[in-house]
Design a protein around this ligand. Structure first.
Ligand SMILES: Nc1ncnc2c1ncn2[C@@H]1O[C@H](COP(=O)(O)OP(=O)(O)O)[C@@H](O)[C@H]1O
Ligand SMILES: CC(C)(COP(=O)(O)O)[C@@H](O)C(=O)NCCC(=O)O
Length: 314
């Protein structure tokens, strides 16, 4: 069966059904070993092993091809430019709507990539750490615009990526707490020369978050967009809100503690309201338009299972 369906021949993407994608798994001479799967079992993520084996392992193998090429190009460029740069990280951007499952995808991919045969050091950074602190958002009167392009300190994010891409040995990253609903003032993550860096966030493929004509994605070597129909994303947002209400929001330190005693029905209404007022317009105005800028699109079905993969033709 041909891998490209006829109606896609004008598209820059090659389309794979889940069944086709899954069969690509065995095409490398080596693969993630059976014993490694135990480590994936231990991941406390809501993903099934089928999803990891059918989707993420082939994806890791495809990325391995790109990482290998990137490293070879880097060392040949070093010879050409007569320079002695140490290795630079291969940077992967992961974009998509709030609640589509970017964080889950990013965490699983971090683990799966780290199991590749040469055991690369893989680090994960989320761009919510680069949101302005609430104090600053309030000062700018944009607390209700959290997640929109203007709520991020893009200059800081670009500086971080520029530092990483210039081989700086240690770079610090601000951290965000969903419990406090704010950037943590006293905690930072230290990134120290990984082989692969995953940068996950709703804004990573946006062209309106530009500094001096440079986009965040100019620093990426590969990018992935996690996609799903909006009716599913809303449901996942509402479900996550309700499960947080029953757990994390009960903590008095939680920013959303005020919602802890809502009934299930009230919680549903509140989540729907936040979705409609903030996350939905952001999806339509700023996130969805970036979808086809990605190198690869993972399209989810109703239960979070990836049903199609689109890969930019090369
Ligand atoms: N593959 C998956 N299978 C089942 N549930 C998932 C999956 N991916 C995400 N979820 C659930 O969907 C919700 C949103 O996922 P999350 O990774 O937090 O999204 P995002 O980072 O895009 O906001 C969470 O409740 C998460 O547990
Ligand atoms: C901090 C975020 C912008 C980041 O989204 P994420 O990348 O974690 O999906 C988002 O979680 C958020 O807080 N949005 C504001 C509206 C809301 O509370 O859902």
């Amino acid at each position: 069966m041909p891998l490209i369906s006829e109606h896609t021949f004008t598209s820059p993407f090659q389309n794979f059904t889940r069944e086709q994608w899954k069969r690509l798994n065995g095409q490398l001479s080596h693969s993630i070993q059976e014993k490694d799967l135990d480590q994936l079992h231990a991941l406390n993520e809501p993903l099934t092993m089928d999803e990891i084996e059918d989707i993420y392992i082939p994806l890791a193998h495809l990325l391995e091809v790109h990482i290998h090429n990137f490293q070879e190009l880097h060392s040949k460029s070093n010879v050409f430019f007569k320079r002695n740069h140490q290795k630079l990280p291969f940077i992967i951007g992961i974009a998509g709507s709030v609640a589509v499952g970017k964080s889950t995808t990013a965490r699983v991919l971090t683990k799966v990539l780290s199991l590749l045969p040469n055991k690369p050091k893989v680090e994960l950074v989320t761009t919510d750490g680069f949101l302005y602190p609430n104090k600053e958002l309030i000062k700018r009167n944009i607390l209700n615009r959290k997640g929109f392009p203007e709520s991020y300190d893009t200059k800081k994010l670009m500086q971080f990526l520029a530092d990483i891409k210039s081989g700086k040995s240690q770079v610090t990253v601000p951290l965000y707490s969903h419990l406090e609903y704010d950037v943590l003032s006293n905690e930072k993550l230290v990134i120290s020369q990984p082989d692969v860096l995953i940068v996950e966030g709703i804004n990573v493929l946006q062209v309106n978050s530009r500094k001096n004509g440079v986009f965040v994605s100019d620093f990426f070597d590969y990018s992935i967009y996690v996609d799903a129909d909006e009716k599913n994303i809303v449901k996942w947002y509402i479900d996550r809100f309700e499960s947080l209400r029953a757990t994390a929001f009960q903590n008095s330190a939680s920013y959303f503690h005020k919602y802890a005693n809502l009934s299930e029905e009230e919680s549903f209404e509140m989540a729907k309201h936040i979705w409609n007022e903030i996350n939905k317009p952001n999806l339509h105005e700023n996130i969805l338009p970036t979808r086809y800028r990605a190198d690869l699109i993972l399209k989810k079905g109703s239960e979070h299972f990836i049903k199609r993969v689109k890969v930019r033709k090369i």
